[in-house]
Design a protein around this ligand. Sequence first.
Ligand SMILES: [Zn+2]
Length: 355
Amino acid sequence: MLDIPPGAPPDEAAPELPSLHIDETAPYNRAFDEVLFEKTTAVLDQPEAPPSARSAWIWLLGTLGLFALSMLSTFGKQLGIVVVVLLLHETGHFLGMRLFGYRNLRMFFIPFFGAAASGKKHAAPAWQQAIVLLLGPLPGIVLAAILTAAMGLGLNDSLGNGVLLLVIINAFNLLPLVPLDGGRLLDVLFCWGRPWLAVGLQVFAAVALGTLAWFSAAWPLWLLTALLLLTATARARKGRLERVFGHNPLQMPERFEDLSLQHRRELFVFAVLLNPLGRMPALLAPAMRELHERTVSRPPRRWVAAVLLLVYLAGIAASVWTIDTLLRNTRHHKANAVDSRYPLATLSRARSAAK
Ligand SMILES: [Zn+2]
């Protein structure tokens, strides 16, 4: 309703509405660019060439050689065992990803750090991501616990020492520090749509790894600390996008391939708005994929998160039990070794025990 000032004649011409000033440079008016949309769609529809099996093997063996060179002085004779332990660990992640239909799978070593398995699955559910993470460290820990229990292993022989490495390397990966498996698991299970919690977890990991780097003089850990601090804003952004776009308010299909033209146009507008500086098809296409991923994502169900957390804690408990048992068996074996060198003392002790 128009407010007519008192005293004004009712038949006076209505005041002219102010003209809407359209700022052509404002991002919301520039957002839809047909040509850019066409080019971005062309990038999205490009078929992805999977890496050949040969190149995957070359990567694995080439990086294994570099890793061995970088770690020879640290591990010496035990380098072979470390490589086997890492291969077992990464094979677990690899098989998990294969089970859940991840693509472009690859396993490789990282000089000075360790090894990794990589693969891609668009909008993989949280529970699948969590199981893939657990499948790295858990098989090694279970194997170490079984060997220790069945064979009464201690650290007096090479098998016992190998088993100790097996459990320590895998238990280290269960520490609640991103980017280790344990930290990433907690992130996947509890940080969906919680940017501050996720950043807190990341900063905690940076401080912990920085402290470890300081006391152990292990310089690769400084790199990891820097990387965590540099990527904290990206992690916060992911959490914010989950909060805004998660639970699928735009009712999009789960698979990116099933998106209608209208849905693609909506994603394109958001991608342009969120990347005002990167108006290039090569940047906008992955931004659209990421937005769709956040849109159809949801947190894991509570009971699923609780069960997976219990499995994680059981892995830690099994690691502690195995290390403790290895150490106790070592002391026990040492006592026996002394006895066998002094048969008379052993005999008299056996006699007094028999009395
Ligand atoms: Zn791992």
